[in-house]
Ligand binder design. Structure first.
Ligand code: SF4
Length: 486
């Protein structure tokens, strides 16, 4: 009875969710709103600062973490430079072990492949473990819309699913939520009394999910790495739900981006040294699962049919550009998010994509189009903390500057912005022009200022004063003071 009630609530909420049109991405508005949300900032700050400190301490345990990061970056770069070769090797090895590899050119193609597998295997109940790629293509929504009983089994993703929310961090999807809001959600969803004890909340989810695990026909996983020489998919996690998703159901689908390959098991050991340390400040995650192929005769666990769906979805375009290719090295550890002062202020939802933070500001425009996400390369102070944190040494600040250059070159920035920079270039061309411009600027700002501050700059500078104090300029300019001194 309780099950039926919960299921009908899911169905109703899912229908409402699909009927609701998602707003267009407006970085300016969302980031300003988020930066004013003190509760959000507190929740994010607590978790990311903890993870960032944990990373720094764990890295000290390695004999020479900088060289290991260089090695990891080199391994990923080599794999990307010869990706065609390693994709063929991986495919052959999966097939040798009874699995099937499918190539999907984009999100729609991947969804179609997966729905075809689901239909040919007469699947009704699906358990899903955490996968950023499936978030990227919004797979769960499509499955729900197709009438399938699909449940996210990672606790954070489960909360995202029942709250019809979006993840706001690559590793910890509900970093923006505090325990009170989760307790309220559980109380409404399960119809049980409010209880904000984290252990009780976890136990409640566990009971619900256990039943789903037992009855599932199909398990879905992502993949942190793919090993070309063996045809294995590798997942790292702390809850054991990915391992259960791959061992319990009769059909298994792993949806993974083509860039996740490493050549050999030996290379995997380098990556595993860095991933957990960078992500959560752990030496290793609780579960590191290496799996491939179907259940062999005599084995009690494992799928009867195993599929790996390798998705492109804009990745080969990045691969083709030598300038930005290294961005595909990313192992989605989230360290750059934790280190980023901008992410800490505005949170993950402000980036308008499943990939937030510095790496999101980079790969979202590259994968989904610079026109739509032209503001994201500016969502950075270029302090370099992300580069310092990155275990595969992606030079994120350099690429963000290059993307800003591309925005200007392609003239997709705001026409007023272009006009301002032309005026600036004109003013900087001659000393008298500079003097004239600074006099005009100083006089205007002093006129509109009040009690030493300009409360709101006129267009196009209004964004600056939305979240900052703007002091009035001094009565005398630096040049005047300098001349008086002489
Ligand atoms: S860019 Fe580097 S630090 Fe950021 S998520 Fe990717 S691997 Fe981690």
């Amino acid at each position: 009875m309780l099950q039926q009630l919960v299921q009908s609530t899911i169905d109703r909420k899912v229908a409402e969710f699909h009927a609701h049109e998602l707003p267009k991405f407006n970085f300016d508005k969302v980031s300003v709103d988020s930066s004013r949300n003190e509760r959000l900032k507190r929740a994010i700050d607590n978790a990311v600062v903890r993870n960032d400190k944990g990373r720094q301490l764990k890295m000290l345990e390695l004999p020479d973490s900088d060289r290991i990061r260089t090695l990891a970056g080199d391994i990923k770069q080599h794999t990307l430079d010869y990706l065609d070769y390693y994709l063929i090797q991986f495919t052959a090895n999966v097939e040798k072990r009874g699995g099937q590899v499918h190539f999907a050119s984009d999100g729609e193609h991947a969804k179609q492949i997966i729905l075809d597998i689901v239909s040919s295997a007469s699947v009704k109940r699906i358990i899903k473990s955490k996968s950023m790629v499936s978030e990227e293509i919004e797979l769960a929504h499509v499955m729900e819309a197709a009438g399938l009983d699909v449940v996210e089994t990672d606790l954070g993703e489960f909360i995202v699913q029942i709250d019809h929310d979006k993840p706001s961090h690559i590793v910890t999807p509900i970093i923006h939520k505090d325990k009170e809001s989760i307790a309220k959600l559980f109380s409404e969803y399960f119809g049980t009394p409010y209880n904000d004890d984290p252990e009780a909340l976890t136990a409640q989810a566990r009971v619900y999910l256990r039943d789903k695990f037992r009855k599932a026909d199909l398990g879905m996983t992502g993949g942190n790495f793919l090993v070309a020489e063996t045809g294995d998919v590798v997942t790292v996690e702390n809850e054991g739900n990915a391992r259960q998703s791959m061992t319990t159901p009769r059909v298994l689908i792993s949806l993974v981006g083509i860039e996740k390959l490493v050549p050999r098991m030996l290379d995997l050991s380098v990556m595993l040294k860095l991933l957990a340390r960078s992500a959560t400040g752990q030496t290793m995650t609780i579960y590191s699962s290496v799996f491939g192929g179907t259940r062999s005769a005599g084995e009690t666990d494992g799928p009867e049919a195993a599929h790996v769906v390798l998705i492109d979805n804009g990745r080969t375009e990045i691969l083709a550009s030598e300038e930005y290719r290294e961005t595909l090295r990313c192992i989605r550890c989230g360290a750059c998010l934790n280190a980023c002062p901008i992410y800490r202020k505005i949170g993950g939802h402000s980036y308008g994509s499943v990939y937030p933070g510095p790496i999101g500001a980079l790969i979202t425009p590259l994968m989904q189009g610079l026109e739509q996400y032209k503001d994201l390369p500016n969502a950075s102070s270029l302090c370099g903390a992300c580069y310092e944190a990155c275990p595969v040494k992606i030079n994120i600040p350099k690429h963000l500057i290059n993307l800003r250059r591309d925005v200007v070159k392609r003239e997709i920035n705001h026409p007023v912005e272009r006009l301002i920079y032309r005026a600036y270039a004109w003013a900087m061309g001659r000393p008298w022009r500079y003097r004239l411009a600074s006099w005009g600027q100083k006089t205007t700002l002093r006129l509109i200022g009040h009690k030493g501050f300009v409360r709101r700059l006129p267009f196009p500078g209004g964004g600056w004063t939305q979240v900052r104090d703007m002091p009035e300029p001094a009565k005398k300019t630096f040049r005047q003071l300098w001349q008086n001194k002489k």
